[in-house]
Ligand binder design. Sequence first.
Ligand code: SAH
Length: 446
Amino acid sequence: MQKNQEYILDIVDVTAEGSGIGKVDGMAVFVPLTAVGDRAKVKILKVKKNYAYGKLLSLVKPSKTRIDNSCPSFNQCGGCVYRHISYEAEKLIKENKVYENIKRIGGVDILPQPIIVAKPERYRNKAQYPLSQDYSAGFYAFHSHRIIPCEDCLLQPEIFSKITEFVTDWAKEYDISIYDEATHKGFLRHIYIRRAEKTNEIMVCLVVNGEILPESDQLVDRLLSLCGNSLKSLVININRKDTNVILGDKCKTVYGNNYITDILCGIKVRLSPLSFYQVNRNMAEKLYEKAREYANPKGKNIIDLYCGAGTIGLSMARDANSIIGVEIIPEAIEDAKYNTKINGIENARFICADATDAAKQLASEGVTCDVVIVDPPRKGCSMEVINTIAEGFKPKDVVYVSCDSATLARDIKLFSENGYELKEYTPCDLFPRTSHVETVCLLSRK
Ligand code: SAH
């Protein structure tokens, strides 16, 4: 196979990132924007030792799973990879991806519980829009800082598009300059919006290269005319650094509070610009409900590792005997403590530490528990955490919430070598149209 050659390929599989896979003489060719079932004319772009990349030229015969893509920015911004196939087909791909990883990497052949599915459009409650010098808001291209204009992202609530329009109109009218990454000059860097869906409270945060927001009264008036009393907070986040990290660490309130409040699984959750919160609230609720079913919290002592703002543990606190949450980011622990207080919960405590260190420390103090919940970042748990859970806490059950089924599968194997077996698992589609899928698992002591 050589660069620039053209082939007619049958697309037979899909990568974890959502590219279709065809074969030439047994060698895999990855072709973005194709779907399983397509017969496609493909041009080879790059040939590696064991695989190649190709570009879709035309469809000879389209897959039955195809639908009309409804977004003009599809495949340009770094967001969706599955807008060209039905949600039904996407669901099966995701379910299968989790199953294959757990079988191949985890060494356990158990079928998943049916994937918990979502509303595939407008499910996000948070957006951060970079701005281009012509005052259009958009998103960065995949693996890049090139801005792809996007007037209305179909994963975001409609009100977010209106807010960005109002903000950019205001900025244009009052000559508020747009930040330029290349020169490190200009004022307005990002428009960051959050919505608490249950309470319908909205926060608008402008990330700025400065300390004071000029013409702020005008902006507040305009946003109030758009959002009414849903607008609970207008803040600036000060980011004066020459960095591609979006948020700085200081915020100033311009209007209302410096937070909004959502309700998740019956728990009030305070959201400040810097606090972590699941971007798909409705699905987070379903994910936590599944975690609750697996943890069966009544009367139990529960340790919640990688707890963020404590939401999983707190959602079980009213039934559990005790909750200990561990999280490495100080602000998240502050939020967790605050959330504990505003919900009148008295049997939960939170520790700000690395999960491995805290687990070892607690185990050395003789702390044991009935259930450990882990919800680590993509890289998964450390081997030491798994050892400490198995040998120190000795819980009957471990509930593992994962955003990466490959590292989850690796950890399932490690747990099984430490005396825990996978009982059941459920994929949960928190991020429809993207390549991501969450999974919640129950592991029990053998
Ligand atoms: N359970 C929470 C957050 C999950 S995200 C929720 O559902 O909202 C994973 C969390 O792990 C993040 O908050 C991250 O800050 C935290 N984290 C990452 N590395 C960690 C470590 N080594 N020790 C403890 N927490 C860590």
